[in-house]
Write a new protein. Structure first.
Length: 333
C-alpha cells in the first residue's frame, strides 16, 4: 500500500543514520544456519512500540526519532506490529503504513518481521501478502483466538498451512498465551515445522521444557525457535533457541544484545549475572504494567513512549514510582 507524501517524508532523514548502524559485535559468532536456511534469525529483535500523538494518531516523526536511536544497537532486526505495537488497535491500513515506513528506514542487512495475524484465514492471507508488498522479510502470524474452543490442533495446522502456502515471504508462528489464552499445541508446531515456508516460532509462553522439545524434535527441519521474553532468554539459549523477540529491547536494547553476545562467546557467568538484572524490569514492562509501563520506561532512556491508544490507560503516579524503583533496584537508573 503506497503511502502519501505526508507519511513517506518523515522517515527519510532516518535512513542515512540507520545505514551507518554499527555491525553486530558477535557477527562471526552467530549460530550457523542449518541446511537450507534462507534466513538466520539468530539475535535480538525489539517488538517496536507504536508511537502515538496526544490525539492517538500514529506519530511518524517520533517513530523516526526512535529508529534513529536504535540505529547504533546491533539488533538482528525489528518486529513491527507485534503485541507491543498495539496492533489490535490499528486499522489494517495503519499496520501497513507503519511497516512500509520502517522498511524504508531499515538497511537490508536487518530483518523486518511484520505481524500479519488476523482472526480468519482469509484475512490473514490478505494482510500477509500486503505486508510482503510493504517490504516485510518475514510474516509473524499470531494464533487466531476469538473462538479458542474451536482452535484444535487440526484447525490451527490447517490455518497456518493455508497462510504459509499463500505467503510470498517466510512465516514465523507466534504463540502468546498470556494475550490470546491459547498455547499453540506442541504437536501442531512439530507438524508445521515441516512446511518449507514456515521458518520458526516466537514462543512467549515461558515453558523451557516445551521450547527445548521444539528444538530437539525439529533438529532435522529448517526451523528456528525465538524466545518471546527477556525473562527467559538465557534459559532459552541453553536449550537451543536462536534468538529473542523481547519487549524490554525497546528500553534496554544494548544490554540484551550484550547478553546475546556473551552467550555466543561462552561467557556463561557474565551472561547469567546480566540475565538476573533483566528479569524484574522485564516483568514490570510486560506482565506487571504492560504496554503503558513499557512506554513510560522508554522515556527514561531517551526514547519516545507517549500515550497508548484507548482503552489502554496510562499508569497512575504510584505505579510510575514502582516501575522506576524496579529499574533503579537493578542498576539501570
Amino acid at each position: 500500500m503506497a503511502l502519501s507524501t505526508r507519511l513517506a517524508s518523515p522517515l527519510r532523514p532516518a535512513l542515512a543514520a540507520l545505514r551507518w548502524a554499527a555491525p553486530r559485535q558477535c557477527r562471526g559468532l552467530s549460530t550457523p544456519p542449518g541446511p537450507g536456511h534462507t534466513l538466520d534469525l539468530g539475535g535480538i529483535f525489539p517488538p517496536l512500540a507504536t508511537p502515538f500523538s496526544p490525539t492517538q494518531e500514529v506519530d511518524y516523526a517520533q517513530l523516526e526519532g526512535n529508529l534513529r536511536r536504535y540505529a547504533s544497537i546491533p539488533f538482528r532486526g525489528l518486529v513491527v506490529m507485534g503485541s507491543n505495537g498495539e496492533y489490535p488497535y490499528l486499522a489494517p491500513h495503519e499496520r501497513l503504513e507503519v511497516v512500509s515506513s520502517v522498511r524504508r528506514a531499515l538497511p537490508r542487512d536487518r530483518l523486518l518481521l511484520a505481524g500479519s495475524g488476523c482472526e480468519s484465514t482469509q484475512a490473514t492471507i490478505k494482510l500477509t501478502v500486503s505486508m510482503a508488498e510493504a517490504g516485510a522479510d518475514v510474516a509473524l502470524v499470531v494464533t487466531p483466538c476469538y473462538y479458542r474452543g474451536a482452535m484444535t490442533s487440526a484447525a490451527l495446522v490447517q490455518h497456518y498451512t493455508e497462510v504459509a502456502d499463500a505467503s510470498p515471504i517466510p512465516v514465523v508462528l507466534y504463540s502468546v498465551p498470556a494475550n490470546t489464552g491459547l498455547d499453540l499445541p506442541l504437536e501442531a508446531v512439530l507438524t508445521l515445522a515441516q512446511h518449507p515456508n514456515i521458518l520458526g516460532i516466537k514462543d512467549s509462553g515461558g515453558d523451557i521444557t516445551r521450547m527445548g522439545l521444539m528444538v530437539h524434535k525439529t533438529r532435522q527441519e529448517d526451523f528456528q525457535v525465538l524466545a518471546g521474553s527477556a525473562s527467559f532468554l538465557l534459559a532459552s539459549y541453553a536449550v537451543g533457541a536462536s534468538g529473542g523477540v523481547c519487549a524490554l529491547a525497546n528500553v534496554l536494547g544494548a544490554p540484551l544484545c550484550q547478553l546475546d553476545c556473551l552467550w555466543r562467546e561462552g561467557r556463561w557467568r557474565e551472561a547469567r549475572d546480566l540475565q538476573h538484572r533483566l528479569i524484574e524490569p522485564n516483568v514490570a514492562v510486560t506482565r506487571r504494567f504492560g504496554i503503558p509501563g513499557l512506554k513510560k520506561a522508554m522515556e527514561w532512556f531517551g526514547y519516545y513512549g507517549g500515550p497508548c491508544r484507548a482503552p489502554l490507560a496510562p499508569l497512575s503516579p504510584p505505579q510510575v514510582e514502582e516501575l522506576r524503583g524496579t529499574f533503579s533496584a537493578n542498576g539501570w537508573l
